[in-house]
Design a protein around this ligand. Structure first.
Ligand code: SIN
Length: 477
């Protein structure tokens, strides 16, 4: 399967004809190729998006909504085809890949509806001869730089609100997952999106593509999901042209189990949160804090479930844990495990590299603050358990990180649930819920986990500018 660039409504090769191979992390086999964009190609994509902007922005909200709705329907029709490609280039199990395509489609459906609800305000003026109106207008051309861990959903979460309000877009997917991006762009093309409203640039030179997009003053906003170091660089590079920036960066999610928690529920929800995509999501649980009174009971229930997880090629029936994305990921996971063991943690299960890019789902007990795993995002299938004694202590530990994306707490005491949720310095809190992501909620983090929100009505704001119009002379006859 091969995908080329998509610029101004046409599929085209890179200017120098070069392509890059795409490999399957499950077995290292080449499954296709993507065009390797040059700087000239990126500029052509910017030109196309810039030319299309006034035309797309001038369409009625209803027309934009109808095209998005058609794209949503096509996503559902093509779910099997898209999910298969997603599993082959990213590695997640097929059932999870289908879940991701549905999740992506949800964003498109949500914004097809929300496109019709971009309202303004009328503000009472100081003087009776004046009226003040507030308009919300599309920001212009946006660049969406998306990650490999959710090759469909992160594109949809950025593109759907942008297109809904009248922005035009350039998508730059991760080098590892350009084929799913090609499938999504095809969906929008077939849904009747006008030429130039959406453009795709793929390739092996992410910094060149990023810099070209960031240096161009016609691009008015960049939205990025990925690592915190790259997010910081983007923020700096965006300063020269004062672009709007939305960043969805790293996480280091705490998962707190209080003594009054439903332990069966907590154990099954941490499985969902920790082992989704083999631990490769920004909101995956990274630190589990369990109260000393229930730690043995919780650990027994949890470890029993982890031992049942089936590992393998995501295309095989029943597989729940696929390969990690690359060799670097395996190395990082193993470094965290070995560091914890060398500092006194005990292996309750797992802890082995299984060959290729597979790592055994792992649980570590007796974890302490000085271990690397309690300080850095692991991005792999390792669950470290640390014991705590009281609420104040665990809140302090949970907040003691530069990150602030997602957090989880399990308790049956409603007052404690809200007290702790309000004290946690995170953009997302799951109370008795290890899977809080959904199209209608404002996904995003605080501190070094980023800025801006994606999803729901709040997700539109990042693509809109506010303009106020002051009308004078109203009392003149
Ligand atoms: C992410 O890992 O960046 C996204 C996870 C989600 O949307 O649930």
């Amino acid at each position: 399967m091969d995908y080329s660039l998509y610029i101004d409504g046409k599929w085209c090769q890179a200017k120098d004809g070069k392509t890059v191979p795409v490999t399957n992390p499950a077995n290292g086999q080449v499954i296709g190729s993507a065009a390797d964009a040059t700087a000239e190609d990126v500029v052509s994509a910017i030109e196309a998006a810039h030319k299309a902007f006034p035309l797309w922005a001038a369409k009625s909200a209803r027309e934009r909504s109808e095209i998005l709705y058609k794209a949503y329907q096509l996503m559902l029709e093509r779910i099997d085809e898209i999910a298969r490609v997603l599993t082959m280039e990213q590695g997640k199990p097929l059932a999870e890949a289908k879940g991701e395509v549905l999740y992506a489609a949800d964003y498109i459906q949500w914004y097809a509806e929300e496109a019709k609800r971009v309202y303004g305000d009328v503000i009472p003026a100081t003087y009776t001869n004046k009226r003040i109106f507030v308009f919300r207008q599309p920001i212009g051309v946006i660049a969406a730089i998306t990650p490999w861990n959710f090759p469909a959903a992160m594109i949809a979460r950025k593109i759907a609100p942008a297109l809904a309000v009248g922005c035009t877009a350039i998508v730059k997917p991760a080098e590892q997952t350009p084929l799913t991006a090609g499938k999504l762009v095809e969906v929008f093309h077939d849904a009747g999106l006008p030429a130039g409203a959406l453009n795709l640039v793929t390739g092996s030179k992410p910094s060149m593509i990023g810099q070209t997009l960031l240096a161009d003053s016609r691009v008015r906003k960049v939205t990025f999901t990925g690592s915190t170091p790259v997010g910081k660089l983007i923020m700096k590079q965006a300063a020269d042209t004062v672009k709007r920036v939305s960043l969805e960066l790293g996480g280091h999610a705490p998962f707190i189990v209080f003594p009054d928690a439903d332990l069966e529920l907590a154990a099954s929800q941490v499985i969902a949160s920790k082992y989704r995509n083999a631990g490769q999501t920004c909101i995956c649980t990274n630190r589990i804090y369990v109260h000393e009174d229930v730690v043995d009971d919780f650990t027994e229930k949890f470890v029993a479930k982890v031992k049942e997880l089936k590992i393998g090629d995501g295309l095989e029936e029943g597989v729940q844990i696929g390969p990690l994305i690359d060799e670097e990921a395996i190395k990082k996971v193993d470094r965290h495990v070995q560091d914890a063991i060398s500092k006194g943690a005990q292996l309750a299960t797992g802890g082995r590299q299984l060959g290729g890019l597979y790592y055994e789902p792992t649980v570590l007990c007796g974890v302490t603050d000085d271990m690397l795993i309690q300080q850095e995002e692991t991005f792999g299938p390792v669950a470290p358990i640390q014991i705590f004694k009281d609420e104040k202590e665990v809140i302090q530990k949970a907040n003691n990180t530069p990150y602030g994306l997602a957090s989880y707490l399990f308790t049956q005491d409603i007052a404690r649930a809200f007290r702790v949720a309000e004290a946690l310095e995170y953009g997302i809190v799951g109370i008795n819920d290890g899977a809080p992501s959904t199209a209608q909620a404002p996904f995003g983090g605080v501190k070094e986990s980023g800025m801006g929100r994606e999803g729901g009505k709040h997700g539109l704001e990042d693509y809109l500018e506010i303009k106020y119009i002051s009308l004078g002379g109203v009392d003149k006859k």
